[in-house]
Design a protein around this ligand. Structure first.
Ligand SMILES: NC(=O)C1=CN([C@@H]2O[C@H](COP(=O)(O)OP(=O)(O)OC[C@H]3O[C@@H](n4cnc5c(N)ncnc54)[C@H](O)[C@@H]3O)[C@@H](O)[C@H]2O)[C@@H](O)CC1
Ligand SMILES: [K+]
Length: 487
């Protein structure tokens, strides 16, 4: 965003003009949020975020609101556009000690948080933290300028105190911090407004971080054609665990088929054939024994996408099975036990992944991630996922309420449509199955993983409160139907 601002300013738009537009938008949203008689406290920090606040104060005053401009620091220290905006405001303001802020905020109908935005460069401490704390305890709704103060726009992290907003107004494009947790929750509902930064700056900046929305992958997804055949849509194999843990693989296989794979075979240990057979209908079943059995199965070159891990068991046998799979030419999803089984020798796994042509998708949750990439866990979530993708050569889908999908080529997508109900047993197996189903249809792996995370979230919303993993594959049907209808 800094680059976008600078390029716009370099091409002739003055910084103060951008600030004027930003502050104007903030004032409009503030007006929507309280009655025309409402009293608004605008709490301003030392940089341009505060500058947007000064502009908003002027507009709101002109619109007839009672406005209190409260300053964290001495305005003598203001620089650049913020100093200009302060000079043009024409309203009284006061520097407030943290202890006095509570009284200043009492009786107001809305607080505009213009303390810190994109320029946050350290956690909120001291007076700034006390300001955030007092704002949060006031019980007054907060509209944040750009993002909730204390949230790091690049990472979504809030290492110190942070303001809790109900709404945020941001400019030109959202920042990762609007989508990554806890930033997403702290910023509330986000409106992204146009302040005159031309779209063309994006060509030069070439952003590599995306919101996971259909526009990101819709063109890479093929809707079956009229003359299409099921064999055009690929043949996926999901590997089942032993007799006592077969459900995870069946959930995955069902979701794989629902995601559009032409055929899905569940490869079952002989001992688990009976239990698997008694539960399967459209998914096919095949008895596969040991590593030799897997090799024999994979000799069939029509099979093009594989999933191993859900309920498979953590053991050396599992890592050997994974190695046999990696020797094939199929696209592969490694989930759950297939990841944990490599905790003692992750480098060997990564070497094998990097040596093959067909893609591999790893789908760790935080616990599995730390076993494979222990030195990366201190990084922020985007950096963790990107670092893991670069190191492993795989697409990494790092799960959570803010799932991140990262590619070794540097692209990363942040998923934000997952309802909390998705945190339930078997949900991850379904997700792995969806990815496998999209890979079977020859979708490129980054797009397949991103679409799968989105479909999984949308199915969770469709199934609604009280869902269990079994509900997800049926709920995908209307979601897919809507995607087909609205290209
Ligand atoms: N031309 C532009 O660059 C535009 C910027 N805009 C606004 O400008 C904001 C960015 O402005 P700035 O870069 O001036 O940054 P901020 O206003 O976010 O804050 C920077 C100031 O806060 C101080 N600071 C940072 N972290 C602190 C902490 N934890 N505790 C205490 N002080 C801290 C810095 O030393 C600096 O003085 C955006 O968020 C947006 O609101 C908009 O006006 C649109 C145009
Ligand atoms: K702010």
């Amino acid at each position: 965003m800094g680059q976008a601002d600078n390029m716009t300013i370099a091409s002739g738009t003055r910084g103060i003009t951008l600030m004027e537009r930003a502050g104007d938008h903030v004032a409009r949203v503030a007006s929507e949020m309280c009655s025309s008689q409402g009293r608004i406290a605008i709490v301003c920090g030392p940089g341009s975020n505060g500058g947007d606040g000064f502009v908003a104060a002027r507009h709101l005053h002109q619109a007839g609101h009672a406005v209190d401009v409260l300053l964290l620091k001495d305005p003598a220290g203001l620089k650049g556009d913020a100093a200009i905006a302060f000079g043009q405001m024409g309203l009284p303001s006061q520097i407030v000690e943290p202890a006095e802020l509570k009284e200043n905020l009492s009786g107001c109908d809305l607080i505009i948080d213009a303390l810190f935005g994109a320029g946050l460069d350290r956690p909120l401490e001291g007076n700034a933290a006390a300001f955030a704390d007092t704002i949060n305890k006031s019980g007054v709704p907060v509209l944040a300028v750009d993002l909730a103060s204390g949230v790091n726009g690049s990472t979504g992290e809030a290492e110190g105190a942070a303001v809790q907003a109900v709404r945020s107004v941001t400019f030109f494009r959202c920042k990762p911090g609007h989508y990554l947790l806890p930033g997403r929750d702290l910023c509330g509902d986000v409106s992204c407004v146009d302040i005159g930064i031309p779209e063309s700056v994006l060509h030069e900046i070439g952003p590599q971080t995306f919101v996971n929305e259909p526009t990101l992958w819709r063109d890479a997804w093929t809707v079956p054609g009229r003359a299409g055949h099921k064999y055009d849509r690929g043949h996926a194999v999901v590997f089942s665990g032993p007799m006592s843990s077969t459900g995870a693989a069946r959930l995955a296989a069902g979701a794989c088929l629902r995601a559009g794979a032409g055929l899905v075979t569940l490869a079952s240990p002989p001992s688990a054939m009976m239990v698997n057979a008694s539960h399967l209908t459209a998914v096919m079943l095949r008895s596969v024994e040991g590593l030799e059995g897997i090799s024999d199965l994979l000799a069939d070159k029509r099979l093009n996408s594989l999933l191993i891990g859900p309920g498979y068991g953590v053991s050396d046998d599992t890592s050997e099975a994974v190695s046999v799979l990696l020797n094939s030419e199929c696209a592969i999803v490694l989930d759950a036990d297939a990841l944990t089984s490599h905790q003692n020798a992750p480098e060997a796994l990564f070497t094998q992944i990097k040596g093959r042509k067909a893609p591999v998708v790893l789908t760790p949750h935080d616990g599995e991630f730390v076993r494979l990439f222990p030195d990366l866990v201190a990084l922020d979530k985007l950096a963790r996922a990107r670092g893991a993708a670069a190191r492993s050569g795989a697409i990494v889908l790092l799960k959570g309420a803010d799932t991140v999908i990262a590619s070794p080529d540097g692209r990363a997508a942040i998923n934000s449509n997952a309802p909390p109900w998705l945190a339930t047993a078997g949900s991850g197996d379904v997700l792995a199955g969806i990815i496998c189903g999209l890979l079977a249809q020859k979708m490129p792996a980054f797009e397949a993983a991103a679409m799968a995370a989105w479909l999984h979230g949308a199915a969770g919303v469709e199934a609604g409160a009280g869902l269990i993993a079994e509900d997800l594959a049926p709920a995908m049907r209307p979601v897919i139907a809507r995607l087909v209808e609205k290209p």
